[in-house]
Structure formats: structure tokens, C-alpha cells
Design a protein. Structure first.
Length: 252
């Protein structure tokens, strides 16, 4: 279980964050190979800050199925929602973010595809010298990462035992989900924020920078692996708070 030291937040910061959280919900969307439990640290901080937070458990069988699962969670809110996606979750929020309840998008080391793009199309021509994710050949229509290389590629700054657990509890990622193409990118009509993980060995930082710039996102960089949402939940929560402040400011 993740433990967080909330003493690092001053009383003034907590008051500011609580103000930003009022009348806004947050929906957290995980990526491929993992489930929603990795959001626990971010969830706890946001709840402490007064946000109403839900975590989507994507089946990761198809993009359409994951978008539907996300929209079902969004439908449970009676206030505007900030939609947050990690990795493949960025593809999901790019499509699901067209829901009228979604006020903003937050990408965490995520894919931010344009119309007609998918994870598969975005990774098919890697930049020379870029790290190659250790994705094993498809088995029965599903993808997995090589367990022996999982920590180094996906979770380089996560505690060893946690990274080992993540490797051994992988959720098979459907080829149809990885190949699912976006039909209408929500970032073209919704404001977005993007956190670039500077030590990511799954989605190269230059690719993250390209996608975030193309989407017109407000960008921050943070030192961390692809699993930065697990290793540095405070950095993720801080960006979500900034997005909430931006939404509330624009609504005035």
C-alpha cells in the first residue's frame, strides 16, 4: 500500500486546493498492462484536497469498450469533470473527453492522438536510438510486457517489490485496444494539461513533447519513469489542481 506524507502541504496550499476542487470531479483512467489501483496515491491526495474522485477500471479489450467504461463513470457525476489519462489512458480520454461533462483533459506521460491515430500507429516508427518497450508477441489477441524487463522499462523509479508486483500482476492488453483509432480528438475543443516524464522508457519524452505541443497543452516536466503516477503521486495531483484552477478561472 502506498503511504503519503501530507505534512509537505502547508495549510495555505490546502485551502487553495480545496477552493479549486469545489464543484469539480476528477476521473482517473489507467493505461495498458495495469489496472486502476496504481492511482491510489494520486486518489488519496486529491480526496484530501476535497475533490470527488473516481477511478475507471478499463477492460482494455478495445478502445470503444474503454471509452464506454469511462463515460459510464463520467455519467455518475453531477458536476463538470477533469478527465485524467496515463499512457494508453490518454487515447481513451482523447475520445471520451468529448462528453459534455468533461471540462478539461490531463495527460500523464500519455498518448494524445490526433484523428485516425492509435497507439499502434504512434509507435510504429520509433526515433532511432529511442528505447523500445519490451512488448512480447501477441498471444490470443493480447499483449504483455516481458516481466524480466518490466521494471527497467515501465517502473524504473518504483520500489523494487512494487515494480515486481506490477510485472507479475499485468493485465493483458487487447490488440484491438492498442490499435483503436480516435475519431474526434477532445483536445481540439477542450483545454488540456500534460506532464512529461523525463525518464520515460515506454513513451520517449520527445514523443510526449511533440504530442503535448500539438494538442496545445499546458506542459510541465517532472523527473520520473513511465510509472510516475505511482512513484510521484504528488506531482500528478499538483498538475490536476492546476487544471482545476484553470477551469474555475475560465468559468468566471
Amino acid at each position: 500500500m502506498l503511504t503519503l506524507d501530507m505534512s509537505v502541504y502547508s495549510t495555505e496550499e490546502m485551502i487553495v486546493n480545496e477552493t479549486a476542487s469545489s464543484a469539480l470531479g476528477v476521473v482517473l483512467v489507467h493505461g495498458g498492462f495495469v489496472d486502476g489501483s496504481g492511482w491510489e496515491g494520486v486518489y488519496k491526495i486529491l480526496k484530501k484536497d476535497g475533490f470527488n474522485v473516481s477511478v475507471v477500471q478499463n477492460p482494455t479489450l478495445s478502445l470503444a469498450g474503454d471509452v464506454a467504461a469511462t463515460r459510464r463513470v463520467i455519467a455518475g457525476f453531477d458536476v463538470p469533470v477533469i478527465l485524467v489519462g496515463h499512457s494508453y489512458g490518454g487515447v481513451v480520454i482523447t475520445e471520451a473527453g468529448n462528453d459534455p461533462k468533461v471540462a478539461a483533459l490531463v495527460y500523464i506521460a500519455a498518448f494524445a492522438p490526433d484523428k485516425g491515430e492509435s497507439v499502434m500507429s504512434l509507435i510504429k516508427d520509433p526515433v532511432p536510438g529511442a528505447p523500445v518497450p519490451p512488448i512480447l508477441p501477441p498471444q490470443d489477441g493480447y499483449l504483455l510486457l516481458d516481466k524480466t524487463k518490466f521494471a527497467a522499462s515501465f517502473a524504473g523509479d518504483v520500489a523494487k517489490d512494487t515494480a515486481e508486483f506490477m510485472a507479475n500482476s499485468q493485465v493483458p492488453w487487447g490488440v484491438d485496444a492498442a490499435g483503436g483509432a480516435v475519431t474526434q480528438p477532445a483536445w481540439k475543443t477542450k483545454p488540456s494539461w500534460y506532464l512529461v516524464a523525463t525518464e520515460d522508457r515506454m513513451i520517449p519524452p520527445p514523443a510526449q513533447q511533440f504530442m503535448s505541443k500539438r494538442a496545445g497543452s499546458k506542459v510541465v516536466e517532472a523527473k520520473g519513469s513511465h510509472a510516475i503516477y505511482v512513484s510521484r503521486p504528488e506531482a500528478i495531483a499538483n498538475l490536476i489542481v492546476e487544471a482545476a484552477k484553470g477551469v474555475k478561472s475560465a468559468a468566471r
